[in-house]
Design a protein around this ligand. Structure first.
Ligand code: GLC
Length: 574
């Protein structure tokens, strides 16, 4: 383990003056699904403002807003037709300014989603680009001729045998079985354009200086409106081998959006980073990138190097895709510890988002979702929450006739139920754009859970409070607590220690803050070994405020976690 001192206590990591995004817990809002105030059944910016007090009460530090820009909504906003305006469905720029002001008044940072890999086909740039091969915007997108006979093409122009390469697009479409080609033929100009996602999402060509400058202007537009950072959609898609070569056959059925990992992306990201770093007004503006690639080491590459930084934070997806299993999670955590530490990269952790089944659904029970909250908020790095996980929401069951997403992701995008009324705090006149999640009519709403101090909502609040109050949890070092006998693949519990130590005068300890986090992944009780000293339960996934764990006011030596239980322990003060 890196950074362990001679006394067995992990060495100090400077925490004073840490940038805000290292101390923050970020909360993702999918605006369509958060809260509707104008009665159309789709959430809006005013609905976000309405619930900012919920987020302050919960104790998060920053909001990431999925896209609210003008869009034909083929991919529900990830198809942007104007990067510098709000879609009327969500409100106006004035509503956005109001949201930022209200968030900042509550000390909540605002991160907006930025979609640089592709625009909408309705964006004026693409409308111009497809109007003629000579249009000045033509090369802002990626166009190719029919595959030639010499390269194995066959058939009439624009026919499937002439697709320029073997890349597949990401979505099968509602009811579709196969990933379609990542190319669409444009009859008028008799060339194909590339789209890693839907045909309505043509890929932008980041090799073109005009496109780069125009997109960088959109970053400045939002920074000038006060946003604190960007979540960069499909970060790993920006740079491409200009030859756009065929994939090896063994990979050819996998969408290229999950494989493209071209070195040309890195100088582009470094350029974007310098745009943020050069922004004159505080606070530091932050970029967190979606790097949806199979290996943790790949997500790490997108941090760049100290002398040429790229992302501040990179989403690392393998843990999100890992099963609820101690050995699997131990391996994921070890890999991050071993790879990120030496590179000075700050990890991020996320269990749910708008693209994947919720972890409550994947892991199979509320008890596990509660334990997972302790895991997520007990790790070293910046945690990201997805709206509704604090309510323990499951994915909605969406009947085939109601499916709307070409990527099959409707379930995790179900509307947030705010209260126990028939419209759950939404102002809609009809039904919301997707069905409510399970149990919305049986008390699983924000208002009802808030009335129950034993609820998962209170668990999140206690965990967020514990993290805010403890420098060890917020930014301390990480080390496994050795077990006796040593860990084996049979172990169903993981136990680790977080330590924050400030050294002064060459090593005299001024203050030490320590927390132990223990997670039982199993559905039977598990004995764990504690570090030396006496401990008390600060938060338990079973009993959010930790206090009523009867018979265990002082813990020493070893202790038994209940089935599915996870805890934060703090040193017992006399
Ligand atoms: C990212 C987004 C996803 C979107 C895709 C295309 O993966 O998270 O929701 O569909 O990019 O923009």
């Amino acid at each position: 383990m890196t950074g362990v001192g001679a006394d067995g206590i992990p060495a100090a990591r400077a925490t004073d003056g840490l940038p805000w995004w290292q101390k923050a817990v970020v909360y993702q809002i999918y605006p369509r699904s958060f809260c509707d105030t104008d009665g159309d059944g789709v959430g809006d910016l005013a609905g976000i403002v309405r619930h900012l007090d919920h987020l302050s009460w919960l104790g998060v530090d920053a909001l990431w807003l999925s896209p609210f820009y003008r869009s034909p909504m083929a991919d529900f906003g990830y198809d942007v037709s104007d990067y510098c305006d709000v879609d009327p469905l969500f409100g106006t720029l004035a509503d956005f300014d109001h949201l930022v002001a209200e968030a900042h008044a509550r000390d909540l940072k605002v991160i907006v989603d930025w979609v640089p890999n592709h625009s909408s086909d309705a964006h004026p740039w693409f409308v111009a680009a497809r109007s003629s091969r000579d249009d000045p915007h033509r090369d802002w997108y990626r166009w190719r001729d029919d595959r030639s006979d010499a390269a194995g093409g066959s058939g009439p122009p624009g026919s499937p045998g002439r697709v320029p390469n073997n890349w597949r697009a990401a979505f099968k479409g509602v009811g579709g079985d196969d990933y379609p080609p990542a190319w669409t033929y444009d009859e008028r100009t008799a060339q194909w354009y590339l789209h890693l996602f839907l045909p309505e999402q043509p890929d932008l060509n980041w090799d073109h200086p005009g496109l780069r400058a125009a997109m960088i202007d959109t970053l400045r537009f939002w920074m000038a409106r006060g946003v604190d950072g960007f979540r960069v959609d499909v970060t790993h898609g920006l740079g491409k081998d200009p030859a756009l070569p065929d994939l090896p056959l063994a990979l050819a059925d996998i969408p290229i959006s999950g494989l493209n990992d071209d070195p040309r992306t890195h100088p582009l990201l470094a350029e974007l980073r310098s745009v943020l770093d050069d922004w004159p007004d505080p606070p530091e503006r932050m970029m967190v990138g979606e790097v949806f690639l199979p290996a943790t080491s790949q997500s790490l590459d997108y941090y760049g190097a100290p002398e040429r930084p790229e992302l501040h934070l990179s989403f690392n997806f393998p843990p999100l895709l890992a099963p609820w299993d101690a050995a699997a999670w131990r391996a994921q955590i070890d890999e991050v510890q071993e790879l990120f530490g030496p590179r000075g990269a700050w990890p991020s952790w996320v269990l749910s988002n708008h693209d994947q089944p919720r972890h409550r659904t994947r892991y199979g029970s509320e008890a596990r979702a509660r334990a997972a909250a302790v895991l997520l908020l007990g790790l070293a790095g910046t945690p990201f929450l997805y709206a509704g996980e604090e309510l323990g929401l499951e994915d909605a069951v969406v009947p085939p006739e109601s499916r709307v997403d070409p990527g099959g992701r409707d379930g995790c995008r179900a509307p947030i139920p705010w209260d126990g009324t028939s419209t759950h705090g939404w102002a809609m006149s009809d039904t919301p754009w997707l069905p409510w999640p399970p149990d919305a009519d049986a008390g699983r709403t924000a208002t009802e859970l808030r009335a129950d101090p034993s609820s998962i909502l209170w668990l999140y609040r206690h965990l967020l409070r514990a993290r805010r109050d403890s420098p060890a949890l917020a930014s301390g070092t990480f080390s496994w607590v050795p077990s006796t006998p040593p860990p084996s693949s049979e172990d169903q519990a993981l136990v680790w220690q977080r330590v924050h130590r400030i050294d002064v005068d060459g090593g005299d300890v001024e203050s030490v803050d320590v927390r132990v986090v223990a997670v039982n992944f199993g559905s039977t009780s598990a004995e764990i070994h504690l570090p030396p000293g006496r401990w008390q339960v600060e938060v338990s996934s079973l009993v959010p405020d930790g206090s009523p764990r009867e018979g265990t006011p002082q813990l020493e030596g070893s202790w038994v976690l209940a089935a599915d239980e996870a805890v934060v322990l703090r040193p017992l003060t006399p």
